[in-house]
Design a binder for this molecule. Structure first.
Ligand SMILES: Cc1cc2nc3c(=O)[nH]c(=O)nc-3n(C[C@H](O)[C@H](O)[C@H](O)COP(=O)(O)OP(=O)(O)OC[C@H]3O[C@@H](n4cnc5c(N)ncnc54)[C@H](O)[C@@H]3O)c2cc1C
Ligand code: FES
Ligand code: FES
Length: 475
């Protein structure tokens, strides 16, 4: 096979690089190969945002923009995209971009180490929101900057900059020029980094290249590279597969392609169940949600992963596929042990099917972590009860952080089933829930704390839902 270069558009030119190792990160390519030192390395694990860059790819007539962490993103995954760093934003005459000028005007920088990362998250907001005519509220600024940490300035001036950049004279990207350049980039043909665009090709490659590391958004796998120093001779990237990037709705089911980003997947879940909004925003920070996928979260199967308790409570079904065919499996049956599941080596997760809400459904999900934003759960509890004529008619409860896998709290569900909708029923179920699991003590929380939280969350669910039911009765 004639190997072609890794190519992307930057600073109005097509960058072409030969022989880039499949596990070389975008940050390494930018800093070490292209001497673009405006991109900083802080944590190397997606936590601090110092390495944030903006990617754009064709969408409809124009471009769609995403701020992502370059430290855990594999360089080959940006083939055929446009890349911006803080170095690339000033105009040819040196005039700062509004997102940079606003940081200066609002005194948003002291030591400056975090500043290029903040500027890039602001640039993402500028492209996606300011130019679309949206007003940046304080809350929106906090959500979109949730993946960036600053250790000296304090956030007030940075949030001011986010709100003020829209008042400065507008600067736009000439998308027609970028699109034209992107069209000149041929599809990649790198033997050790495959990124097929059709499901049939993905499945064939999965069967033929059993040694290749399958990756999606790389927000878990990236850390195996940067923190565990693992190198993969071959990588199979599924994020370009069209069939895996689809979202579909029928009256009964929301079907989410496994390569749909967490940001888009949660937006679809929130559209059906608005009460999930705050939970969705607490999954990592925006740059991780813009790269990571729902399929990656489920396939990785961390016992403290956030989506699985919720998907278990909603009764999600997985569709797995290989060259041998397709099969459907309830998520309830998928996990067999710590980070073990029923997926065969030649299979991939194709879609996640989520039942649409039904009348009388009472769904809530709670995440307990040390920080509000950009933190992993110590405990996660999702409760989905249906109540008819004052009785609990069905109950599905998903829990995380309490066992070797994400699990359903079946004994607690049984304890609630058929019981009256009353505090006493939940108090009795609390005893069952606290005895149902044997959580471990680790750096995130002690076993006793986790158990105590389970009980508190169950009662909190009742109290909050009780308030809702009373409001409904009054209206
Ligand atoms: C800073 C930071 C914060 C985070 N915060 C959270 C958080 O709050 N909550 C949380 O739950 N997680 C969190 N994570 C973990 C991570 O973002 C999620 O698990 C994410 O959903 C992984 O998706 P991905 O597409 O990046 O998967 P990848 O890293 O690409 O892959 C993960 C694993 O899944 C496999 N895989 C991926 N897609 C498929 C598929 N379709 N079929 C078969 N196998 C597949 C891969 O082979 C690999 O083994 C965080 C990570 C970081 C770096
Ligand atoms: S270096 Fe901290 S997120 Fe990338
Ligand atoms: S200005 Fe020093 S870390 Fe933010």
């Amino acid at each position: 096979m004639e190997e072609k270069p890794l190519q992307f558009v930057r600073r109005g030119e097509i960058v072409s690089l030969m022989g880039v190792h499949p596990t070389r990160t975008l940050l390494e390519v930018l800093r070490e190969d292209l001497q673009c030192t405006a991109v900083k390395e802080g944590c190397g694990e997606g936590d601090c945002g110092a390495c944030t860059v903006v990617l754009a790819e064709p969408a409809g007539e124009g471009l769609s923009y995403k701020a992502i962490n370059s430290c855990i993103r594999l360089a080959h995954s940006v083939h055929g995209m446009a890349v911006w760093t803080a170095q690339d934003l000033p105009a040819a005459n040196g005039a700062l971009h509004p997102c940079q000028q606003a940081m200066v005007d609002c005194h948003g920088s002291q030591c400056g180490f975090c500043t290029p990362g903040f500027v890039m998250s602001l640039f993402g907001m500028y492209q996606n929101r300011v130019l679309a005519g949206q007003t940046i509220s304080r809350e929106l600024a906090q959500t979109d900057l949730s993946g960036n940490l600053c250790r000296c300035t304090g956030y007030r001036p940075i949030l001011d900059a986010a709100q003020q950049m829209g008042a400065l004279p507008r600067v736009t990207v000439d998308e027609a020029v970028v699109l034209n350049q992107l069209r000149q980039i041929a599809s990649a043909l790198v033997a050790d980094y495959s990124a097929p665009t059709r499901l049939a090709d993905l499945l064939r490659l999965r069967a033929e290249q059993s040694q290749a590391q399958l990756v999606a958004g790389c927000t878990d796998v990236g850390l195996w590279v940067t923190k565990q120093h693992r190198q993969f001779a071959q990588v199979l990237d599924l994020t370009r597969v069209e069939e895996l990037r689809q979202l579909r709705r029928t009256p009964d089911t929301l079907t989410i392609g496994a390569a749909v980003t967490l940001h888009e997947a949660y937006a679809a879940l929130v559209a059906d169940r608005p009460q999930l909004q705050r939970f969705a925003e607490r999954f990592a920070g925006l740059p991780v949600r813009s790269s990571g996928t729902l399929g990656g979260n489920v396939a990785n199967g961390s016992p403290i992963g956030d989506s699985m308790p919720l998907l278990l409570a909603m009764g999600a079904t997985l569709v797995l596929a290989s060259v041998r065919g397709e099969r459907r499996l309830p998520l309830d049956d998928f996990y067999t042990g710590y980070r073990k599941n029923l997926m065969a080596p030649d299979e991939v997760l194709v879609t996640i099917e989520v039942p649409r809400p039904v009348p009388d459904e009472h769904l809530r999900v709670y995440k307990i972590s040390k920080r509000q934003d950009d933190d992993i759960s110590a405990v996660c509890l999702a409760l989905n009860l249906t109540v008819r004529e004052g009785r609990i008619e069905s109950a599905r409860i998903g829990a995380g952080g309490v066992a070797a896998t994400p699990v359903r709290a079946r004994q607690t569900e049984a304890a609630l089933l058929g019981q009256p909708w009353a505090r006493a029923s939940f108090e009795a179920a609390t005893q069952v829930l606290q005895a149902e699991f044997q959580p471990i003590s680790d750096m995130r929380a002690s076993a006793a704390y986790r158990r105590a939280m389970l009980g508190s969350l169950l009662l909190r669910y009742w109290a909050e839902e009780q308030g809702e039911l009373q409001l409904e009765a009054l209206s």
